[in-house]
Ligand binder design. Structure first.
Ligand SMILES: NC(=O)CCC(=O)C(=O)O
Length: 267
């Protein structure tokens, strides 16, 4: 039995410190994603798409409790009958700012929320952001999926935790810069192969200050094949996946049955 999902990944530039201009760009791409070509079932955006890494002013720029973002995503999802895996935003809470992903179902109901667990020191995240404290999961068309954000993909334990919880696909919004394209592609592919799951990863493109982002959003199947990959330009990357392939791969190479957890060191 097939379980097909049409995906659209919004690979966009992000103007650091300008949430209004980023929202306009996102709105235009979302409209294009649902009006041109075959309508997607689910749409994914990049990491921190509202503010970018304007970390020194992040307290002021962050969306308070994600209220504005949630209202907008919910209305769009309901109007167009589409799942939104809303990238991540700078979300302001009482105790600080989190790097948070929100997911909506086709009726505009919030079905998942995840705040980045591993903060990336090379971009000073740990100085300005609070770390989340639990893995992120959601159910899409009756199937479990996991959420991880950018640097999180360097931690195979997190992807494995989500796979053991039943996830058949992993959504990964990112702001992953040059010169680490090799790491990006290799780590995403490894997470797909070792967990026998789809990995759907949406990176930003363009330049912010002295940092350039290479795009290369991609969708990888549970065999580790890259079935769609963008270049460096702004684009909507479209792809159809069949979740039935996850069960097929897992039954051909029974990695989950062959695990020896009592022998693994986890701390
Ligand atoms: N925004 C991020 O988490 C970037 C992670 C990254 O670039 C890496 O190499 O890891």
């Amino acid at each position: 039995m097939t379980k097909k999902l049409r995906l659209a990944l919004l690979q966009m530039p992000i103007d650091a410190g300008r949430p209004e201009s980023n929202k306009k760009k996102l709105e235009a791409l979302l409209e294009e994603a649902v009006s041109a070509g075959e309508k997607p079932d689910a749409i994914l955006f990049p990491e921190m798409w509202n503010t970018g890494y304007a970390l020194t002013e992040i307290d002021k720029l962050a969306d308070r409790n994600g209220e504005e973002t949630l209202a907008y995503l919910s209305a769009f999802a309901q109007t167009h009958g589409v799942y939104l895996i809303g990238g991540s935003i700078a979300e302001g809470r009482e105790d600080g700012v989190y790097n948070t992903m929100f997911a909506m179902d086709r009726e505009g109901r919030a079905i998942g929320q995840y705040s980045k667990i591993h903060l990336f020191r090379l971009m000073d995240e740990e100085k300005y952001l609070k770390a989340g404290s639990e893995p992120g999961e959601l159910v899409i068309e009756g199937e479990r999926a996991g959420m991880m954000i950018c640097y999180d993909i360097r931690f195979p334990e997190l992807a494995r935790t989500l796979a053991l919880g039943g996830a058949k696909l992993l959504f990964v919004p990112a702001e992953w810069p040059n010169p680490r394209l090799h790491h990006w592609r290799t780590l995403l592919t490894a997470r797909a192969i070792e967990n026998q799951m789809y990995v759907v990863a949406c990176n930003r493109m363009g330049i912010s200050g002295e940092t350039s982002f290479f795009g290369h959003s991609m969708v990888i199947d549970p065999w580790g094949e890259i079935i769609a990959e963008a270049g460096e330009e702004e684009t909507i990357l479209r792809c159809e996946i069949d979740l039935a392939l996850v069960d097929e791969v897992r039954s051909r190479i029974p990695v989950f049955e062959d695990r020896r957890p009592s022998l693994y060191r986890l701390d």
